[in-house]
Design a protein around this ligand. Structure first.
Ligand code: NAD
Ligand code: MG
Ligand code: MG
Ligand code: MG
Ligand code: MG
Ligand code: MG
Length: 340
């Protein structure tokens, strides 16, 4: 069984006695900076000169400095720039300005596990990885709740890395839900597997393939959108609340029988073999290398694939359908611009 931690297992004192430099103010960065600040932690945000995030962080009442100056003040440095820029940022700006004994905190183990960042021996290297998008981490915190987090320690230079990582997780709101103890290797490989095979890659492909099959068979795209995309949220909400069993309890017997007899025809043994091949590419670093090499070349493959994804007919249909609903206004993320 996984070891779990809750509110009573951590003290805010270790993190409240430190200055935390949060590098990056994107999805995770804004949530970490604001939740920690609201938990009574001294936070300074480090951003590049000219970054569009500077004004946003300042408007939220945060202190913003250059990455170098923020790092110089940090007893703990949280690295929340995109994974693909972290190594260069670390080598060029963070490491030369790091206080002796400063702790380094990550929200994903990619750069440490695949050795793109190699911190010197004197620094605690720790992780608090929320199991949810940054905007939900902030939203839940403001609602008095929390998103579960993974916690781990790669390097315990101070001998106090565990109380520190739990203190940070508590300030972030993660212990309101609970933390699971893991390792950088396990977090990195399972996170990449989850997003590639199931949550992002698998699901996006399942939805768009279903949409293609229905529309190619002559059904109206609006109908196809409702069936294979819109209803997904309600099904997933039921699974989230009570597992696959609760979902099967709520759907009709017709739907439940179809689940049993047709699910295995769609997600068959080939799919399992494909998932294993993807896992193997994650484990041996093949995926990490492909991603980092493409990024280093200016991300030509990434940009091409993103542009192709945005052109899929389901997106135009979805925009039209979603505009009909009032819930389009309920959840607003200021940074998200549809179709951009
Ligand atoms: P993001 O792309 O949303 O934001 C990154 C931010 O870093 C930018 O907004 C910008 O402020 C800053 N930045 C970009 N380039 C920079 C540079 N060269 N120098 C300094 N700052 C720079 O990133 P994200 O999705 O929040 O990911 C940050 C980390 O959190 C990653 O390690 C990621 O794997 C991890 N993570 C993200 C999520 C998520 O919800 N998106 C969930 C769990 C873990
Ligand atoms: Mg992103
Ligand atoms: Mg993840
Ligand atoms: Mg991830
Ligand atoms: Mg239906
Ligand atoms: Mg039923």
């Amino acid at each position: 069984m996984a070891e779990m931690f809750h509110e009573e297992d951590a003290d805010l004192a270790p993190i409240q006695s430190k200055t935390v430099a949060v590098i990056g103010y994107g999805s995770q960065g804004h949530a970490h900076a604001l939740n920690l600040r609201d938990s009574g932690v001294n936070v300074v945000v480090g951003l590049r000169e000219g970054s569009a995030s500077i004004a946003k962080a300042e408007e939220a009442g945060l202190t913003v400095k250059s990455v170098a100056d923020a790092v110089k003040e940090g007893d703990l440095v949280t690295i929340l720039a995109p994974d693909q820029v972290q190594a260069a940022l670390y080598n060029e700006v963070i490491e030369p300005n790091l206080k002796p004994g400063a702790a380094l905190l990550f929200a994903h183990g990619f750069n440490i596990h695949f050795d793109y960042i190699k911190p010197a021996a004197g620094h605690d290297v720790i992780m608090v990885a929320p199991k949810g998008p940054g905007h939900v981490v902030r939203r839940e915190f403001e609602a008095g709740r929390g998103v579960p987090v993974l916690v781990c320690v790669e390097q315990d230079a101070s001998g106090e890395a565990w109380p520190l990582v739990l203190s940070y997780a508590k300030a972030l709101g993660g212990l309101r839900a609970g933390a699971i103890k893991t390792s950088f290797r396990e977090e990195t490989e399972t996170d990449l597997f989850g997003e590639q095979d199931v949550l992002c890659g698998g699901l996006s492909r399942l939805i768009t393939t279903g949409f293609e099959v229905l529309t190619e068979a002559g059904y109206q795209p609006e109908m196809a959108y409702f069936e294979v995309c819109h209803e997904m949220k309600m099904i997933v909400d039921l699974i989230y609340e009570g597992g696959i069993s609760k979902q099967r309890w709520s759907i009709s017997d017709t739907a439940e029988y179809g689940d049993y007899v047709s699910g295995p025809r769609v997600i068959d043994e080939h799919v399992k073999q494909n998932m294993k091949a993807v896992l193997s590419d994650i484990q041996d670093g093949t995926f990490a290398r492909r991603f980092m090499e493409d990024q280093a070349a200016g991300a030509p493959e990434f940009k091409k694939l993103r542009a192709e994804g945005e052109k899929h007919p389901i997106e135009a249909t979805g925009r039209k359908i979603r505009a009909l609903f009032s819930w389009g206004d309920e959840v607003k993320d200021a940074d998200y611009h549809e179709g951009s």
